[in-house]
Design a protein around this ligand. Structure first.
Ligand code: HEC
Ligand code: HEC
Length: 341
């Protein structure tokens, strides 16, 4: 009896020791930054504390995003959100910028090549709940007042995109919550943040200290952008000359063509217009380029094509943050080289 008691006391001491001296597991590489921010009381992240973490709901969200439909909670297969696109026709779901604090199209193109990712008009869903505003800056020029609600509420941004960008229907409430659950899964992890050793130390020592929570929040948020900048660019004044002072690099242009354009302009792609690398196709693109008509790459890249009333697929434009003028000239150099072949 006495022995058992002693044993019990010893083991509970041992247990207590394990709990008390367990190294903080809150900073493992896999920890979600959203969860850390919720724990720190960040007002933006707190909005997501009730978003489901149920694997079944997450899976539904994933299917809505990737396939456009899923089996709903009622057991019935849902209708497609859009007849024309999946969300992933225009959005990646993984990291696409090597430095989350300094996204730019040059590094993104290289990163896309290294990781086999498409080079798309829309921003990645990776870390979308780590952003604090959506449809920023120049997007009001395209969608007018529709962006105001979307600016501060990601659910409104999803509704806007489902109906306007994807030319689809409104998302139902259970679908919205499934998408949100999936988005919460796609939030940044500690390993995405490129923390230096000293930043990691600061976080490890400060996470449990309520007096330092604001400092910790600021540190975490300094490691990524909390919004996607969006600047609309124009076609060059003189389409024959192209963008002033820029010399195209055809090799880089081929990357833009392969990872960008061909992602949609392929057989069975989102667009019926197939852009292959044949001399015939490239010559057609070249002819339109200098004619400066509605099919010129300058036109479609900077302004997109118009969504038709009655709904059909259209091409979204690339903002300057998604494709630089230099990259457009690189693409032109690739097209002109291929057309001469
Ligand atoms: C035809 C292309 C296209 C399709 C399809 C599409 N989107 Fe988008 N989406 C865009 C563009 C372009 C933007 C504005 C640029 C950006 O991503 O920041 C955008 C923006 C967003 C944003 C705001 C991003 C931000 O940071 O500003 C969300 C959220 C979003 N889309 C969700 C969805 C969802 C959910 C679907 C599927 C139901 C979808 N999108 C389908 C092109 C598309
Ligand atoms: C997200 C998908 C997507 C991407 C990426 C994309 N396009 Fe498009 N593009 C479309 C769609 C959709 C249309 C509308 C034509 C249609 O109905 O198929 C279109 C139309 C065009 C047209 C007009 C074609 C015509 O004859 O009507 C050109 C030219 C064009 N795209 C070139 C490009 C180039 C160059 C790139 C790469 C820089 C590119 N596209 C990237 C989807 C895309």
């Amino acid at each position: 009896m006495r022995n058992t008691l002693l044993l019990a006391a010893a083991s509970s001491l041992l247990l207590w020791g394990l709990v008390a001296f367990r190294p903080a597991d809150t900073l493992s590489d896999d920890t979600s930054v959203i969860n850390l921010l919720i724990q720190l009381g960040d007002t933006v992240a707190l909005r997501y504390q009730d978003v489901s973490t149920d694997p079944e709901v997450i899976q539904r969200g994933r299917e809505i995003i990737e396939l456009g439909r899923t089996i709903g909670p009622s057991g019935r297969r849902s209708d497609f959100v859009s007849k024309y696109y999946n969300c992933t026709s225009c959005h990646n779901q993984v990291q696409e910028d090597p430095d989350l604090a300094n996204p730019n199209p040059d590094d993104r193109l290289k990163y896309a090549q290294a990781n086999g990712l498409p080079f798309l008009q829309a921003t990645t869903f990776h870390g979308i709940l780590n952003r604090e505003s959506w449809y920023n800056e120049d997007y009001y020029k395209k969608y007018g007042e529709l962006v105001y609600a979307a600016n501060h509420d990601v659910r409104e941004a999803i509704q806007l995109c489902a109906q306007e960008c994807a030319q689809g229907r409104p998302v139902e409430e259970w679908e919205m919550e499934a998408i949100m659950a999936y988005y919460r899964e796609l939030a940044f992890r500690v390993s995405d943040l490129n923390l230096s050793a000293s930043e990691r130390q600061t976080l490890e020592s400060g996470l449990d200290d309520p007096a330092r929570s604001q400092e910790m929040i600021t540190l975490l948020k300094s490691k990524y952008l909390t919004y996607s900048p969006a600047t609309f660019g124009n076609a060059p004044q003189d389409k024959k000359k192209g963008y002033e002072g820029l010399q195209g690099d055809s090799e880089n242009g081929e990357l833009v063509f392969t990872l960008g354009c061909q992602n949609c302009h392929k057989p069975e792609g989102v667009s019926d217009v197939v852009l292959d690398k044949s001399r015939f196709t490239l010559k057609k693109l070249k002819d339109n380029l200098t004619k400066g008509n509605l099919y010129s790459i300058y036109q479609v890249i900077r302004y997109g094509t118009h969504p038709e009333p009655g709904h059909r697929p259209y091409m979204p434009h690339y903002t300057l943050e998604r494709m630089s003028h230099q990259q457009v000239e690189d693409l032109r150099a690739f097209i002109e080289k291929g057309a001469r072949r």
